[in-house]
Design a binder for this molecule. Structure first.
Ligand code: AMP
Ligand code: GLY
Length: 428
């Protein structure tokens, strides 16, 4: 294969994929980045293919027709659908795990049992497929108790229940297929953990891995972490919540046992392992694994990488050796998500987005829920519309660059949290 003049196809249409496409386009090895299907911003910057991320056959066809050298898979759904397996079958290199390893995200029940088998710290739990034993177990749990749909639920399948009645109702709704369809046909009932959350991203090749800077997301829609959960309203990196000594310890107690556990069970993990951690009083515990980059964490961790990431993604996709460490800039990054007011419930779409011709320095505008109209206007098309990214020598500088960009961009129902990074500022 060509190791220069590469054609890279980024699959997906969110802020994470816009960031991945920009990062790949910066590589001197890359001749062209294509996106499928992309969004209003990606499609102005890159050639886009109108292919759904859920249509494996069309993705394989498009990758062959375009002689793609590397497919970078953004979201979890195609990974769980085995798109990497299908691409590899016809000799197309793809970054991301195969369907078997993607179960770490696709089945929370599988993951909990996996963690237990390998003595990796996580919340106490039981898995259930039948209502009666689940309700019986609930009687033994303390409150609050966490009820999770085992399958993919676009980040909505976790319910923190304050009463046994609420938990019983959630369990029944899930197991009877009323709330999450087949994703709720198995449930995890889990101990509620208290602490701060942090996101650890690793690029893996079997048992080898390189860590990206630790970041912190803001999942709640409202300031001070109030209101309903969202896909993430903003993030920053690096976070001082986890020192390099702590990170080394997490690698030993969580990352290495996970990758060697997968290997011992016949899985050779390639791609991104995202470890969602709860830092509790009794130590770090795994809340979840994702098998792709986080959104919006990608928007802050990738701009901090000094070196060309494309060779690292290629090595992971091939199962080859990775560099021991990534060169990371001595900088900070913050992303503030510009959402449509009303998100995560109902919100308007189709609103015209006005972006000034010159952006404030040290800022990057990332598109997420946007689309272009036939007459070339970019309009809102989702709850999380844009990501305003700022970088700088301190978190304060990164924050002011990000918020200047928030003010510079407009659409009628623009809503954003004004307090991204507040926990980190409180620690300073
Ligand atoms: P998950 O998809 O499992 O990461 O859950 C989504 C969010 O729900 C997490 O980021 C946490 O904020 C929350 N959550 C999940 N599990 C627990 C738990 N056992 N205790 C407290 N919060 C949790
Ligand atoms: N920001 C959380 C996630 O990507 O799952």
């Amino acid at each position: 294969m060509n190791e220069k003049n590469l054609k890279v196809l980024v699959l997906g249409s969110g802020g994470r994929e816009h960031t991945l496409a920009k990062i790949c386009a910066q590589s001197p090895l890359v001749q062209e980045v294509l996106v499928a299907p992309g969004n209003g911003g990606m499609n102005q910057e890159f050639r886009s293919l109108s292919v759904s991320v859920e249509d494996n056959e069309k993705i394989v066809q498009a990758a062959r027709d375009e002689a793609i050298d590397l497919v970078v898979v953004g979201p979890e759904v195609p990974l769980c659908n085995g798109v990497v397996d299908e691409l590899n079958k016809v000799g197309v290199l793809a970054y991301g795990p195969d369907a078997q390893s993607a179960r770490l995200e696709g089945s929370k029940a599988f993951t909990k049992d996996f963690l237990a088998r390998h003595n990796i710290p996580t919340a106490e739990y039981r898995n259930f497929t039948e209502v009666e034993p689940a309700i019986e177990y609930l009687q033994t749990c303390s409150l609050p108790v966490v009820v999770k749909a085992s399958g993919l639920a676009a980040g909505k399948g976790v319910i923190i229940c304050q009463s046994k009645e609420e938990a019983e109702k959630e369990v029944r709704d899930m197991l009877c297929g009323n709330s999450f369809g087949t994703s709720g046909s198995e449930v995890v009932i889990e101990e509620f953990l208290e602490g701060e959350e942090a996101s650890l991203h690793l690029i893996c090749s079997g048992e080898e891995y390189v860590a990206l800077p630790m970041s912190q997301d803001h999942k709640k829609v409202g300031e001070g972490d109030t209101g309903p959960n969202t896909g993430g309203m903003g993030a920053y990196a690096p976070t001082s919540l986890v020192s390099s000594v702590m990170l080394k310890e997490y690698e030993e107690t969580i990352v290495q046992p996970t990758l060697s556990g997968l290997k011992s069970e016949g899985m050779n993990f390639r791609g991104t392992l995202y470890v969602g951690l709860m830092l509790t009083k009794s130590g770090p515990k795994v809340l979840e694994f994702n098998v792709r980059f986080g959104d919006p964490e990608t928007q802050v961790i990738l701009p901090l990488v000094e070196q060309d990431l494309v060779p690292v993604l290629m090595a992971s996709a091939k199962g080859e050796s990775l560099p021991k460490k990534l060169e990371i800039k001595k900088e900070y990054a913050m992303v503030v998500v510009l959402a449509s007011k009303g998100y995560p419930s109902s919100y308007p779409k189709g609103e015209k987005i006005i972006v000034p011709s010159t952006l404030p320095s040290s800022s990057i505008l990332i598109h997420a829920g946007t689309t272009s109209t036939p007459d070339g206007e970019v309009v809102s098309a989702g709850g999380r519309v844009l990501g305003a990214v700022g970088t700088g020598g301190s978190l304060d500088d990164a924050k002011s660059a990000a918020y200047k960009l928030c003010d510079a961009v407009s659409f009628p129902s623009k809503y954003y949290r004004k307090d991204i990074g507040y926990r980190e500022f409180e620690r300073q």
